[in-house]
Design a protein around this ligand. Structure first.
Ligand SMILES: [Ca+2]
Ligand SMILES: [Ca+2]
Ligand SMILES: [Ca+2]
Ligand SMILES: [Ca+2]
Length: 900
């Protein structure tokens, strides 16, 4: 039976039921153990039995340890009976997780070791023995690194898939009033001789431009002082990482209270301009000679060159063991007040006096589900954080009721089955790729991620000033690390690391790392275009999931379709280019029979209150689609670029919260900078808020996670694909991404994410409807025609040129045609709009006639006819085209683009 404190699901119960069959009773053959740091760990039988209660006593020789599939040494303390049971324990040396390019991993906090009980896994090679028994010199290596400030590196400095260190201890600049100072200890330092070796890590941020005719000064200069003495001044170039090594006589340092001081000096160029110099300080590695009297026996030691060791240990322990990084374990022998260890191989060892092992972070069994091998295919992969799985279940049931095969997947199982238990977005992507390529048919079409992400995976400090807002400019501005405030998440205490329920992948865009769920579904071919439809619910609380699920199911199943779905809303900022593109896009929908309201910010207005009110009213009335293109003012919509003196907010999180549009939920396309940076550790965004609002807001949001240049062609493709009757929004947006396959627009593909269920079908009216105006004997009437017989009601509206309603008629429609006389008050109408609801098929259609355009066409046709008549009267007679003349008093206009 699986026992996991975070996994109280029905699936668990079902599996428990299965396991009750006698043949199936078998203890899980493995557990996964999370460890936070390098050191020696002990695991008692009781700790293991707490997650594997049916384990029983086993042969000690069956125990195996591994990490990332590599065998590691394990030491069994079984009381000498050869059986591992109650009262026994195992111990091992484990190494902390580091990133491929960083001390702290980008995506995971803990490393994971796997303990197998069935003896089938490989054993590690034997540890090497020392070649000499002579006394070895002892040293100690310590790594000091703090993660206080995060930078963004653009795609000039990092490439997709790289995981550079983006977190730094401190920022150093030429205008810092005081140098950076930090105290450091060298516990058990031997000052008798030898050297203390220090390595410092930096990354440059600024660059100095070369002045023609003069030598370019170094980009960076850093003065390094240790214990108030200038040790060296280093110079380096560019925004790359830079490391420097110092070697100091041990007697210049002390076991406690040393100081490290770093200063970027003020410099002037040959033209006497002050040079900007910004350097990020990352870490210090120290390696120093050890005294043989150890006061700090819980810190590691290095046996230099190999050989025997004799140390005195403070605190008079009764027992001392040394665990080698190579897997070896050595019990020291006490003689004459010293602990003796013969013939140790060179390398690092962790002393363990009197059983002072480190504490593991967690232990769990491997999941019983096996997502490598399934006996049926699935259409829909619903991947949830375990804390949200229950809340998402009704959505899975809903899709099953619609005929989709839904796999409900606990995201932690994907780490266990696809990445050796270690958290990484690669595990999710590899799972999707495996399902896509290797599962039985059908191929999955949809992936939904239920859980928010956060790029600050270690801290619970919600301090926005720690996170870079720009890749290039911001860090160069004195005293600034981003000052435009964002709104904090409300109604939850989950911030920073606690929001990171399902990681996202980080794409290095022109403006730095950006949340990119697209990575999870770009699984076919050697390209970055998506192959499945993907959405995410970026929330942390079960109630938030329940609210989105409830909205989604109501949207899909309600049948009282209203004519609000004729409405579309196009809004933008003050930029003329965006306004003209927005109008072009709006017009394309008008021609399909949709109403399209435009709300454009006014550059001359003091406050744009009328526009804000218009947006509120329009969304409350109900919109099928809301499209914003323009400038995002960091997590919201703004009237222009983020210049606080001239521009201001257009639509904010507060406006979203104050909506009362109920079930009239729009699909929101937010084609702008960071309107859904859903991986921000603490700041809420308009995109997330639109989806998250219970009982109102939006059905889904398509928005960018970071800065970008919105492309009207992308909007065109997105709107066109979303309007295809029956298209799911996830697949429509996937196709829209395929419409922009240029490498230089990859940022749009990667950083625009769908927040919402990808299998939602936009509720656009889709019944094909033909409209004709007939003028006979001075009376005007409208004829409606459908391809299939309907049983429903049509609402006909006559509008004037200002969009005011002149008259409205409702008529029952049975069969394929219906006719209504134009009312007397409609004589000045310039437009007719029709909404037809068919109760029989539970569908509806819309149509629109532009009477001005029709009149113009009729006038032109009359002129053409007059010309034909005139020509016909001329000898020799020309044959007349009768067909158009017969229909001259009947003008037909299709109310729905039948191309869809
Ligand atoms: Ca035993
Ligand atoms: Ca770092
Ligand atoms: Ca692809
Ligand atoms: Ca978020």
């Amino acid at each position: 039976m699986r026992v996991s404190p975070t996994q109280p699901t029905g699936l668990c119960l079902a599996l428990a039921g299965l396991l009750a069959i006698p043949e199936a009773i078998a203890a899980p053959a493995s557990v996964l153990v999370e460890i936070p740091d390098t050191g020696a760990y002990r695991l008692s039988y009781e700790q293991i039995a707490a997650v594997v209660p049916e384990m029983g006593e086993i042969d000690s020789g069956l125990l195996r340890l591994s990490t990332r599939g590599e065998p590691r040494a394990i030491h069994v303390h079984d009381g000498g009976d050869g059986r591992f049971g109650p009262g026994d324990s195992v111990s091992f040396h484990a190494v902390r997780l580091s990133g491929p390019q960083s001390w702290f991993d980008t995506y995971a906090v803990n490393n994971v070791y796997r303990l197998d009980f069935d003896g089938s896994a490989a054993l590690p090679p034997a540890s090497p023995a020392a070649s000499t028994g002579a006394m070895a010199a002892l040293r100690r290596s310590l790594h000091l690194e703090e993660e206080n400030l995060q930078i963004r590196l653009n795609n000039r400095w990092i490439q997709p898939g790289e995981e550079p260190d983006l977190w730094f201890w401190s920022k150093l600049t030429q205008i810092d009033p005081e140098p950076f100072r930090s105290q450091f200890d060298l516990p058990d330092l031997s000052t008798g001789g030898g050297t203390v070796d220090i390595e410092l890590g930096f990354r440059g941020l600024s660059e100095v431009r070369a002045v023609r005719g003069s030598q370019k000064p170094a980009d960076h200069v850093v003065e390094i002082r240790v214990n108030d003495a200038l040790v060296t001044t280093v110079e380096f170039e560019s925004r790359n990482e830079f490391r420097t090594r110092l070697s100091l006589p041990a007697h210049t340092l002390a076991a406690t209270g040393n100081t490290l001081e770093l200063r970027v000096p003020q410099r002037r160029s040959e033209t006497a301009d002050a040079l900007v110099d910004v350097v990020m300080f990352d870490f210090v590695d120290v390696d120093y000679p050890l005294d043989t009297n150890l006061s700090h026996a819980l810190l590691p030691l290095t046996v230099q060159g190999g050989g025997s060791v004799a140390v005195a240990v403070a605190g008079e322990p009764r027992e001392l063991a040394l665990y080698g990084k190579d897997g070896s374990r050595h019990l020291a022998e006490k003689r004459n007040g010293h602990w003796h260890l013969p013939a140790l191989a060179p390398g690092e060892y962790q002393p363990v006096p009197d059983g002072h092992y480190r504490e593991i972070a967690a232990i769990r069994t491997l999941p019983a589900s096996d997502w490598h091998n399934v006996d049926q295919g699935y259409d829909y992969l619903l991947v949830s954080h375990p804390s949200l799985q229950q809340a998402a279940r009704p959505l899975a049931e809903h899709h099953r009721s619609q005929g989709l095969r839904v796999a409900e997947v606990d995201v932690t199982h994907l780490y266990d089955q696809f990445n050796h238990g270690i958290v990484h977005p690669r595990a999710i992507r590899d799972f999707v790729a495996h399902a896509y390529h290797h599962w039985p048919a059908p191929r999955p079409r949809f992936v939904l991620l239920v859980g928010d992400a956060s790029f600050d995976i270690r801290s619970d400090r919600a301090e926005d000033a720690r996170y870079a807002k720009w890749a290039n400019m911001e860090l160069l501005i004195p005293g600034q690390f981003g000052t435009i405030p964002g709104g904090m998440y409300e109604g939850t205490d989950k911030l920073a690391a606690r929001r990171n329920l399902i990681p996202t992948w980080q794409y290095p865009s022109e403006e730095g790392h950006s949340a990119a769920d697209n990575y999870f579904v770009a699984v076919d071919g050697d390209d970055w275009l998506p192959d499945l439809a993907l959405g995410r619910f970026p929330v942390v609380e079960p109630e938030e999931v329940e609210a989105i699920v409830a909205k989604t199911i109501r949207y899909a199943t309600r049948v009282d379709f209203g004519d609000w779905r004729m409405n579309t809303l196009f809004t933008t900022d003050t930029t003329p280019h965006f306004q003209s593109e927005s109008t072009r896009l709006a017009d394309s929908l008008v021609n399909e029979g949709f109403l399209s309201q435009r709300v454009y910010a006014d550059a001359d207005a003091q406050d744009n209150e009328p526009q804000i009110n218009a947006l509120n009213e329009a969304i409350n009335e109900g919109q099928l689609l809301v499209h914003f293109i323009g400038h995002g003012g960091r997590y919201i919509w703004r009237t222009g670029p983020p210049d606080l003196t001239r521009n201001h907010d257009l639509f904010t999180l507060d406006h979203v919260a104050q909506l009362n549009n109920g079930d009239r939920l729009p699909m929101v396309l937010s084609m702008t900078c960071y309107s859904a940076p859903f991986d921000h550790p603490s700041a809420d965004s308009i995109g997330e808020r639109f989806l998250r609002e219970p009982g109102k807001g939006a059905i889904a949001v398509f928005a960018a996670s970071w800065r970008n240049s919105p492309a009207p062609a992308f909007s065109d493709a997105a709107v066109r694909e979303l309007m295809v009757p029956g298209a799911t929004i996830g697949e429509a947006l996937m196709r829209a991404k395929h419409a922009i396959p240029n490498q230089w627009q990859r940022t749009l593909v990667e950083t625009y994410n769908l927040l919402g269920d990808p299998a939602v079908v936009l509720k656009r009216p889709s019944l094909p409807l033909q409209l004709r105006v007939q003028e006979r004997g001075g009376r005007s009437s409208l004829e409606l025609a459908t391809e299939q017989a309907v049983n429903g009601r049509a609402t006909v509206q006559w509008m004037d040129q200002d969009g005011q309603l002149l008259a409205q008629r409702q008529l029952e429609m049975r069969g394929r045609t219906a006719r209504v006389e134009a009312p007397a008050e409609a004589t000045t109408a310039t437009e007719i709009r029709v909404h037809l609801a068919d109760y029989a098929s539970r569908s509806d259609g819309i149509g629109r006639l532009d009477l001005v355009a029709l009149a113009e066409a009729a006038r032109r046709e009359a002129e053409a006819e007059a010309e034909r008549t005139r020509l016909a009267a001329l000898p020799p007679p020309t044959p007349r085209d009768r067909s158009s003349v017969d229909e001259a008093d009947v003008i037909t206009y299709s109310g729905l683009d039948s191309a869809h």
